[in-house]
Every structure is written in structure tokens, then in C-alpha cells.
Ligand binder design. Structure first.
Ligand SMILES: Nc1nc2c(ncn2[C@@H]2O[C@H](COP(=O)(O)OP(=O)(O)O)[C@@H](O)[C@H]2O)c(=O)[nH]1
Ligand SMILES: [Mg+2]
Length: 335
């Protein structure tokens, strides 16, 4: 115990704000299927029925059948090994297992000059919005950010990004419809290097590529990034829509390794009660989640923190109780 002591952990004001934002963003998921998991475990005796129920509930939360079975197996082993006695202890163990599952195995590559982030994914998942949010986030951190309109397939894509670039207050490099995306990104990296920008974030077209086409295009972009600046680093973020959850993950499996993706952005977590798909991303795609989208506004993107995520979805019972009490008292005060 202790690892997840939500109350006893001393947190800064900023961490508190992050927790609140995550709580709000994950409202549907945390008050839905994950709430059931907490309720099931908190009051239960540990037996085979409990494991069956838990497995079902994890699947309902969209954790994915294979991942759910494995997590429950891990939990069962841990319960035996550590001689855990009750559901509360099992819940604490489950938090740790899921947290480990969600913790990135390697850091993001952002130390290049400039740091290039290429954003890929199928149409409608939230690529362009995510790029605007990323620009905002890194600008707030004091970085000089430039955008590249690499989605040259549709004229509207560039216009949409232009609006967002204005809102975020960052420059945008764009070319006409049908231009070569690798050339646009080359120009952006060149320009960023010349002007001393720290970061280039590039949009790409969301056509459903075949594997070879996608591979070739990304290889070409990657070469042009290096050609434009030998000191550039490249992070390729694949955007997945949490609303389509497991479906999105199985679709992505097809091409994500081929595409050389290095990380995942999971968008629209605010729009689904089944945000559990996050838990199976590593098992299915072998990629860490780097950011989560929790709304449509420019600051509705969060850097992914596994511990805060798990504490939000599987809070300690005491936390919920205290909140209820707080609500009751404030209700009384108003009355
Ligand atoms: N609720 C919610 N909507 C989002 C989020 N991210 C993107 N969207 C919406 O998803 C739609 C498609 O986004 P867009 O960035 O154009 O997707 P793209 O085709 O991949 O570039 C837009 O209506 C966005 O406002 C999110 O985190 N939460
Ligand atoms: Mg787009």
C-alpha cells in the first residue's frame, strides 16, 4: 500500500489542477464502467466469482478481451503471492498493475534542433485539433513552435490549420493543394532552423493508406526532415479516437509499426464512457500513450501521466466518500 495514497501524496497547485482537469475530462469513463470496478472490488471477498466479474467489467470498459484476461491473471498471481486478503487490497494491486501497463517504456524524442512532431492517423480522429493543442501546450512551456500543413490532400485542411495557428498564435508553413507533403515539411524545418524555432509540428493527410504507400510517404518525410536539418529529431504520433476504442486499435495494428509511429495520442476521451481502451494500447500496438484529448478546446490536451490517469479512473473509496460529504455540506451552506 502507499504507492497510491492519493491524499497523503503532497501535491502542488499545478498537479491539483491537472488532476481536476483529468477528472472532468474522464467524467464519463470514471463514473461509468470504472466506477463499477471500484464498487465490485471494494466490498468483495476474493474468490473466482470476483475474478470473473472483474474480467467482464474490464471488457465492458473497453480494455479489450485479451488484455482484460491478462490483467486479471496478473492480479490473481499477485493476490496469491502477496497473500492479499480482501477486495480493497486487490483494488490497490490492480491500480499498480494498470499503472505499470500505462507507463511509457521510453521517453519522447524532443531534443532535436528543431524537435519535429509528425501527426498521423485516419480522417476525423482529431489530428488537426491535436496539432493546435500541442502548439498551445508547448508555447505555454516557452517553446517557439511552428506548424506545417502537411495535409495537402484537401484545401480545407490547410485552411482549418490556419485558423488554429492564429488561435494558438504560432506561424504556419503551407503550400497549395496537391503539393508534396515532404516538401512542405522540408520547408518548415528549414525555416524553423533558420529562425531559431524549437519545434515543428506537422499535419498529414488522413487518407486510409495502404501499408506500402504510408511507409514510403513517411520514409520520404523523415528523409526530408533530416535533409532540412541534420540535428532534427522526429517523433511520429499516431492519433486514435477513444470513442471507437478497440476498433481503432485493431485498425491501427495493421499499419502503425510500418508507419514508424513512436507514440499515441488518444483523443475524445471526454466523449466516451469506455475509455478503458487506453489500457490495451501498449499490448496491441507496442506504443506509449503520450497525450490524451479531453475536449474540443485548445487547452483540452493533457500530457499523459499514468499515475494520475489510474487514480482518476480507480479512485480510493475514501476519496469518493469525502467528496460526497463535501457536496452535502456545501448544499447545506447554500440552503
Ligand atoms: N470531444 C472531443 N472532440 C474532439 C477531440 N479532438 C478532436 N475532436 C473533434 O473531432 C473532430 C475532428 O477533428 P479534426 O482535428 O478535424 O480531425 P482530423 O481529420 O484527424 O484532422 C472535430 O470536430 C474536433 O473538434 C477531443 O479530444 N474531444
Ligand atoms: Mg485534419
Amino acid at each position: 500500500m502507499g504507492f497510491f495514497n492519493f491524499f497523503k501524496r503532497n501535491i502542488s497547485e499545478q498537479e491539483f489542477q491537472e488532476q481536476q482537469k483529468m477528472k472532468y475530462g474522464l467524467e464519463k469513463t470514471r463514473t461509468g464502467f470504472f466506477q463499477n470496478i471500484v464498487n465490485t472490488l471494494t466490498h468483495a471477498q476474493i474468490d473466482d466469482d470476483l475474478y470473473d466479474t472483474l474480467e467482464e467489467q474490464l471488457i465492458l470498459a473497453d480494455v479489450g478481451p485479451m488484455c482484460a484476461v491478462r490483467l486479471v491473471d496478473e492480479l490473481r498471481d499477485a493476490v496469491e503471492e502477496k497473500h492479499l486478503k480482501n477486495g480493497q487490497q486487490a483494488l490497490d494491486e490492480l491500480r499498480q498493475i494498470i499503472c505499470q501497463e500505462l507507463t511509457p517504456r521510453y521517453p519522447m524524442e524532443l531534443d532535436g534542433k528543431p524537435a519535429v512532431i509528425l501527426v498521423i492517423g485516419v480522417n476525423g480522429v482529431g489530428k488537426t485539433t491535436t496539432i493546435a493543442k500541442l502548439a498551445h501546450l508547448y508555447k505555454e512551456k516557452g517553446k517557439r513552435v511552428m506548424l506545417a500543413a502537411g495535409d495537402t490532400f484537401r484545401a480545407a485542411a490547410s485552411e482549418q490549420l490556419e485558423l488554429w495557428a492564429d488561435r494558438a498564435g504560432v506561424p504556419l508553413v503551407q503550400a497549395g493543394q496537391g503539393a508534396d507533403p515532404a516538401a512542405v515539411i522540408f520547408d518548415a524545418v528549414k525555416s524553423a532552423t533558420a529562425k531559431g524555432y524549437d519545434m515543428v509540428i506537422a499535419d498529414t493527410a488522413g487518407r486510409l493508406h495502404n501499408k506500402k504507400g504510408l511507409m514510403d510517404e513517411l520514409a520520404k518525410i523523415s528523409r526530408s526532415v533530416k535533409k532540412a536539418s541534420p540535428e532534427a529529431s522526429l517523433e511520429v504520433l499516431l492519433v486514435l479516437d477513444a470513442i471507437t476504442g478497440q476498433n481503432a486499435i485493431s485498425q491501427a495494428e495493421e499499419f502503425c509499426r510500418a508507419a514508424g509511429a513512436t507514440g499515441i495520442v488518444l483523443t475524445k476521451l471526454d466523449g466516451t464512457p469506455r475509455g478503458g481502451c487506453a489500457v490495451s494500447v501498449w499490448e496491441n500496438l507496442g506504443l506509449p500513450i503520450r497525450f490524451i484529448g479531453v475536449g474540443e478546446k485548445i487547452d483540452d490536451l493533457m500530457e499523459f501521466d499514468a499515475q494520475t490517469f489510474v487514480e482518476t479512473l480507480l479512485p480510493e473509496e475514501a476519496l469518493q466518500k469525502e467528496e460526497e460529504e463535501k457536496e452535502e455540506t456545501s448544499g447545506e451552506e447554500q440552503a
